[in-house]
Design a protein around this ligand. Sequence first.
Ligand SMILES: Cc1cc2nc3c(=O)[nH]c(=O)nc-3n(C[C@H](O)[C@H](O)[C@H](O)COP(=O)(O)OP(=O)(O)OC[C@H]3O[C@@H](n4cnc5c(N)ncnc54)[C@H](O)[C@@H]3O)c2cc1C
Length: 462
Amino acid sequence: MRFMDRDYDVIVIGSGAAGLAAAVAAADAGASVLVCEGDTRVGGSSRLSGGHFYAAGTSVQQEVGVEDTADAMFEHYMTLNQWLVDPAVVRKYCDLSAPTFEWLKNLGVNFPKEGVYPSGVGSTPRGHQPEGSGEEVVNVLDGHRSHKGVELVLNARVTGLITDDDGRVTGIEIGEDRATCGAVILATGGFGANPDMIEKYYPQAAATGDWRWYIGSEGAQGDGITLGESVGAVVDGHDRGLLLVTPGFSHDLEVILPPWLILVNKEGRRFTNESAPYTVLGGLIQHEGGAAWAVFDERARAAAKPSPVSQAYWVADVLQQKADEGRICRADTLEALAGQLGVNGQGLTGTIEKYNTDVAAGSDSSFFKQGTLTTITEPPFYGVEVRPAIVCWTGTGVRVNADTCVVNESERAIPGLFAAGETIGNLHGDRYIGGGGSFGPCIVFGKLAGENAARYAKSLNT
Ligand SMILES: Cc1cc2nc3c(=O)[nH]c(=O)nc-3n(C[C@H](O)[C@H](O)[C@H](O)COP(=O)(O)OP(=O)(O)OC[C@H]3O[C@@H](n4cnc5c(N)ncnc54)[C@H](O)[C@@H]3O)c2cc1C
């Protein structure tokens, strides 16, 4: 029997990749679905995203001859994070990554074989770059949402959850308005645009002060956490997320450092291969106290040309201009540069002497940096502080079980409440698995939440 007083089987809060995948899957499972979106258009941060999908065992990997399995992905994920992640949730992501990837592909997202690449610290190519980036993924999913007759309300920021006497979530509130349902899916994204939540849940990011900026959408206010907590959800994943490295003087996004500079710590010593993947570079700088200094010479500056990965500010004229403005330190000797930067002078001169010897011998014997290495010999010398301070996504969120049910302190599922996407807090560890490691699970758990929420809501009808 159907409860006629219920407006929808499933209400999805948020229309990013996770919310749209949930809506499409719930509709496919026969549910009546409403999507509420606080913004004036669908897509959230997903629309701004590269939309890369980290997955193992896909047809596109096979096309390029990559043998890969969910088991291998799980082992890598767990090892990279020293097992400090929720194995059941990680396992589910790994197991469903390929089937969900194929589902998205079948919906019409094109993943060319040229877009398969090793997107993390491992050598297995698991990153899948879609044609048209995250925007195209959003458009494809939203097209299916609309085609399946799933209702969407824009400018509709959900402000509360309705529960019955047993604590079961039975609907949503948007100010004075209410809608009832069998199940709610939280898919509200992260909280990168909310400074108070950054302060509370992401102290590493908060510590970067006014260097910090967020590249995602304004809708990332952490509402999933607030709404979840209002009905007893546990919040997990404290101080986790992805911080990208910036010299502070530009709000352009350049994810990869050029090979012609070196990074030193407060002691003036190198501590990493400067070409380390962005997935770990921020953490390495964090380990050095949250700041490092990029050092290079006049020859490198003058030769710094735009490249596919570096176009905005690691280029000759911008570096010159920033040095003239005093945003980059410049000195005729390394000792004087060290003084300006506040790093140990003996450390810096010794480090550069060794680096120059290595470059002359043709290899970086300490950190194995590849590419064209250049000596640092020609004055003036330049140095600029860099910090991991660009918030890409946030990792704190509501805790779910492997079936996407939001759980309370007793690890019991809160009846009628599901979550997916950046709003869940127990998937990511201290280290980002690689490009596609946030967007991929948004689709995986979005689809799963849609299916499970539809099944749950329908079970109430009998
Ligand atoms: C520029 C950029 C590039 C990125 N590139 C990649 C990449 O290539 N690979 C990768 O893995 N990750 C990437 N990421 C991260 C990844 O894209 C995001 O983590 C992911 O898209 C989040 O999807 P989501 O559906 O959880 O949230 P979103 O896409 O942010 O959607 C959440 C939606 O919920 C809405 N909302 C919030 N609160 C409410 C409320 N109370 N009521 C109604 N609606 C609400 C928001 O307005 C928003 O539209 C990138 C992020 C950015 C910003």
